[in-house]
Write a protein that binds this ligand. Structure first.
Ligand SMILES: Nc1ncnc2c1ncn2[C@@H]1O[C@H](COP(=O)(O)OP(=O)(O)OP(=O)(O)O)[C@@H](O)[C@H]1O
Ligand SMILES: [Mg+2]
Length: 261
């Protein structure tokens, strides 16, 4: 189980961004972390993977554990070795390198044989990457780059995969493919923590979901219940698109509804 307990994170020693966040991703699960822009979703992932200091951020309270072992006292490479892989926001592939070089970069801690096996696995899972293994990654489409970023993270055979908005800027048809891939990865034994603004996609495959707003978890429910929650439906599943544009989050939405009734 991957657990975040009562986490407080501050950037540049003054900007309090996470205000006591707790969440759990049991082994074998797909857990969705939803929330509007600026809520702190990426910050939660940085806190788990030990990448906060790169961004002048710091955990000031709480902790992150993987099967009881504290991750927040480890370095980022140690956390990868402990079994936590991630695909960062915006993909961050090496655009000038070939597809295969990008994949190899994800297995830099592995043996030659593990790399060969990893490449084989990636090409089976992503046939489009196999076709383009010698091509420069910068020429891939957005969806293909996302697949490459996922394939690269899988090279280290993580037990947990953290995905930061994989559907962002990807064509709807490809979002479906990504969704199916995430399910496939999970069925092959990798637990997934999925950060998404595409709530419909995330909740369609997640077992449990959390909604984060301005640094606090405001909903924590089985995904099936979140899918049926009126506020989530109206706000995140976009049934009232016009209203959504003018409101920042579910909290504000509820306040407005109370005020109107
Ligand atoms: N390095 C940083 N220094 C200062 N503030 C930061 C830094 N990184 C993020 N923030 C601030 O922290 C808050 C949370 O940011 P974060 O990127 O975690 O949100 P998010 O939920 O991932 O948003 P998005 O959906 O836009 O990706 C925002 O107000 C952001 O401006
Ligand atoms: Mg983000």
């Amino acid at each position: 189980m991957l657990a975040v307990e009562n986490l407080e994170v501050v950037y540049e020693d003054v900007i309090l961004v996470l205000k006591g966040v707790s969440l759990q991703a049991p082994e074998g699960s797909i857990v969705a972390l939803l929330g509007p822009n600026g809520a702190g979703k990426t910050t939660v992932l940085r806190a788990i993977t030990g990448l906060l200091d790169v961004h002048r951020g710091r955990i000031t309270k709480g902790r992150v554990t993987l099967n009881g072992t504290e991750l927040n006292s480890m370095s980022a490479p140690q956390i990868v070795s402990a079994g936590v892989g991630q695909v960062m926001e915006g993909r961050r592939i090496f655009r000038e390198f070939t597809v295969e070089e990008n994949l190899r970069a994800g297995g830099h801690t592995a043996s030659r044989q593990q790399i060969a096996e990893g490449l084989e696995r990636s090409y089976q899972m992503f046939p489009v990457l196999a076709e383009r293994r010698k091509q420069v990654a910068g020429y891939l489409s957005g969806g293909e780059q996302q697949m490459l970023a996922i394939g690269r993270a899988l090279m280290a055979q993580p037990s947990y995969l953290l995905l930061d908005e994989p559907s962002l800027g990807v064509a709807p048809k490809i979002v479906q493919q990504l969704r199916d891939l995430i399910v496939q990865i999970n069925e092959a034994g990798t637990s997934v923590l999925l950060v998404e603004q595409n709530a419909a996609m995330a909740l369609s495959i997640a077992t449990h979901g959390y909604v984060l707003e301005t640094g606090r978890i405001v909903m924590d429910k089985p995904a099936a219940q979140l899918r049926e929650d009126d506020d989530v439906k109206e706000f995140y599943l976009g049934l009232h698109g016009n209203e959504r544009g003018s409101l920042r989050d579910v909290k504000q939405y509820r306040r407005r509804k109370r005020w109107l009734s």
